[in-house]
Design a protein around this ligand. Structure first.
Ligand SMILES: [Zn+2]
Length: 99
C-alpha cells in the first residue's frame, strides 16, 4: 500500500485508489499535503501490465475469439489493474526519470 515518503502516512485503500486513478504527475499526501511521485519502477510495471493486456486481447482476436468475449475480458483486465494499483505502485519523494 502507498506510504507518504515525507511523513510516513499510510494511505487507506480508498485513498490509494483515488490517487492511482487521478491524472497528473505528483500526488499530494492527504496528511502533510506534500507531493509524492510514482517511482520509475512502478510506472514501468504499469506499462508492462498494459502491454500484456493489449497483447492478450490481440491474441484472442487472432484466434477469432468474438469481440463479445474479448472486450469484456479487456475490461476485466483494466478493472483488475485498477484495483491492484495500490499494491503494484510505490511512491517516491522526487520525480524519477523513466529510463
Ligand atoms: Zn505525507
Amino acid at each position: 500500500m502507498f506510504q507518504c515518503k515525507h511523513c510516513g502516512y499510510e494511505y487507506t485503500y480508498k485513498e490509494a485508489l483515488g490517487m492511482a486513478s487521478s491524472t497528473g504527475v505528483g500526488k499530494r499526501c492527504p496528511n502533510c499535503a506534500k507531493t509524492n511521485y510514482f517511482t520509475a519502477r512502478s510506472r514501468k510495471k504499469g506499462m508492462f501490465y498494459a502491454f500484456i493486456s493489449a497483447f492478450v486481447v490481440s491474441i484472442l482476436g487472432f484466434f477469432d475469439v468474438p469481440l463479445t468475449i474479448a472486450i469484456p475480458l479487456l475490461f476485466a483486465f483494466l478493472i483488475g489493474y485498477y484495483l491492484a494499483m495500490p499494491f503494484l505502485f510505490e511512491l517516491s519523494d522526487h520525480e524519477e526519470p523513466l529510463w
